[in-house]
Design a protein around this ligand. Sequence first.
Ligand code: SAH
Length: 358
Amino acid sequence: MAGPLADYLRRCIYDQGPLSVAEYMGLALGHSRYGYYMSKDPFGTNGDFTTAPEISQIFGELIGLWCAVVWREMGAPASLRLVELGPGRGTMMSDVVRAGSGVAGFIEATRPYLVETSPILRRRQEDTLGRAALKHPPTWCGNFAEVPDGPLIVIANEFFDALPVHQFQRTADGWSERLIDNDPEREGGFRFVLSGLATDLPESLPTGSIIETCPAGTAIAGTIAERLAAFGGAALIIDYGYSHNAVGDTFQAVRGHACSDPLEAPGEADLTAHVDFAALAAAAVVGGAAAHGPLSQGDFLRRLGIAERAAKLFERATAEQAVDIRAAVERLVSPKHMGSLFKAMALGPVGLSPPSGF
Ligand code: SAH
């Protein structure tokens, strides 16, 4: 297997032994020079995958109205930190700003914070948001903890699925962590091996079962929860994943809009794992917040009025545009597409009623 990142990973494994799936995923996506997100813009038809905000402006607009409603329910604070985790091309933030501009005072209050590690995508976001009707310029942060204190709304679409997961496999002798090693039988290839170390996981599952944990994701959910408890606000997490602790291997690679082997071509493919919403909710509760949902993306967007918003766009659309709008809405809400695999969960202070849509 060629490629500078594959060479780097091979040397790491040679020097220090097999990598955890989390270490492999973290380097394949985030290595400062060769990581997948560090070197390319992966979105769109010429890229590797398409996300909801790239499918239709309606997605970001509905989220923008959701943010403005939450801001009003917070008592319309004069200064709001609007934080987006992993903003991609900046499309969603720009649609949020356009829709939010219709709500008096919201844009005046909004200080956008973009949590992004990729220099290429930061530049892309700067371009996109340069055209947005913001009153306060955006600030970029490398991680959520850098966002200053204060009332906040956090939005994250397809961010948590990019955070590294560990995998554990049940063997006849107990649980072992799954690791990635150089493959001695295939020059330059990688293979899965087991650590041989038993860890403290449920004994009831059958041999061969795999469990995933995402310490990076639960840590961020916990930190967000602490901020919400201290300063008020809400977080909206949209991603694909499961609502109850599920068992199974969801570590996957996508390249050129098709699934590929996650151990082939590290750095060249997007690597993700399904988001364990129950684990994020549990971490948020420990951090002092309440979790609402998750509910399916289809239900969430319908409750926010996707049909009404589409009807508004139809009024000004050509016949061809109307066909595109209808197809985009179908893709976002239909269980055959993104409607049920993708889910929405909100976090907020304990004791308040659930935010709009939940
Ligand atoms: N939200 C966007 C992009 C999703 S892709 C959309 O829906 O289109 C994942 C995004 O998260 C990218 O912008 C990627 O660069 C960013 N990202 C991945 N890991 C990150 C990390 N650990 N910290 C900050 N940003 C990260």
